[in-house]
Design a protein around this ligand. Structure first.
Ligand SMILES: [Ca+2]
Length: 331
């Protein structure tokens, strides 16, 4: 372990005594974490020694504070851990990677407490993990786990009592949208007026995270295009792994599940057949509403405070000499 000193050259603060399992050595150190209560203490995940070492920065030896009993699935053991964090109560949380679990070690404990995953069992359900790696807390002490081989981030609500802190329930497994989501706090997800180029046949992916504020929300797509048209497909809203939008791929061939409103002098928006035009499947929503504007929307139940992941694919067909507007809102 090294850190920079004031002259910008590095200094060794732990280890540097070759590869081994003595108290002054490491074997495959991975995650490191500065104690949240004491900036002179560093925790080092000594991965290939299946232990977590506590070092006073600059000290000559470390003390094992988790694991150190060879690799295994017992609660006094770890198996190739990768990450450690501490909380203000002095508890350590260890990403016990090859045991597919997160364990908590209280100060001075000789065994850990299983708080997420299932010991030694890999899986992709809400109660299993597959090679977890990085872990962190948010300001409300919710625990986030990078569930590496499941390609997902898990969130666990922490329930604090007066004497100890335990993880009670798994609440959110977040679906991964088809493109990197942007965070939105207001009701407008996407808005464009008079685009300068036509992108058809390439669809663009749009994805957003949004926190519900009430018991329901309405996702709306307003389009105007005179002439030419907007093409929309694969609309999804996820709460955890539950998809909430009905007929987001328009594969019923009509607007089942959607509410239509607005007026157009020409061509109202409708589900169109044509697999070569659709982003996926056989149908897509094609809106050529000219000299007016129309909206399709869908309302679904929400839980205030929960995160929703919204995604859709959009392109425009022929432009750019007249008024062309797309507005996507969630209210
Ligand atoms: Ca489709």
């Amino acid at each position: 372990m090294k850190k920079l000193n004031s002259s910008s050259s590095d200094v060794v603060i732990a280890g540097n005594n070759g590869n081994g399992n003595a108290a002054n050595q490491f074997n495959g150190p991975m995650g490191i974490y500065i104690d949240v209560n004491n900036g002179s203490i560093i925790y080092v995940v000594d991965s290939s020694n299946h232990r977590v070492q506590r070092w006073v920065i600059g000290g000559t030896t470390g003390v094992t504070v988790a694991g150190g009993n060879s690799n295994g699935t017992a609660l006094n053991q770890l198996n190739s851990p990768r990450a450690v964090i501490s909380d203000s109560n002095g508890n350590l949380y260890v990403s016990d990677t090859n045991n597919h679990r997160i364990v908590m070690w209280t100060s001075g404990a000789t065994v850990g407490i299983l708080i997420a995953g299932t010991s030694g069992v890999q899986g992709s359900t809400a109660t299993t993990l597959k090679y977890p790696n990085g872990i962190t807390f948010d300001a409300n002490k919710n625990l986030y786990v990078a569930d590496s081989n499941n390609f997902r981030i898990q969130k666990y609500i922490v329930c604090a009592s007066t004497t100890t802190t335990t993880i009670a329930t798994t609440t959110t497994v977040t679906a991964v949208p088809p493109c990197t989501p942007q965070s939105r706090s207001s009701g407008t997800l996407f808005s464009v007026t008079n685009p300068t180029s036509s992108t058809y046949p390439i669809y663009t992916c749009y994805a957003y995270t949004w926190v519900a504020t009430g018991s329901s929300a309405t996702l709306s797509f307003f389009f105007r295009h005179d002439p030419g048209g907007w093409m929309l497909d694969d609309v999804k809203v996820y709460r955890g792994l539950t998809q909430l939008i009905t007929n987001g791929g328009f594969e019923t061939g009509d607007l089942t599940g959607w509410t239509y409103s607005g007026s157009c002098n020409y061509y109202t928006g409708s589900a169109y057949s044509g697999s070569s035009y659709a982003k996926s499947g056989s149908y897509y929503y094609y809106d050529r509403c000219a000299y007016g504007g129309d909206t399709i929307s869908q309302t679904f139940s929400t839980v205030a405070g929960d995160i929703y992941v919204i995604s859709f694919w959009l392109t425009n067909y022929s432009c750019c000499s007249a008024t062309e507007i797309a507005n996507v809102t969630i209210i």
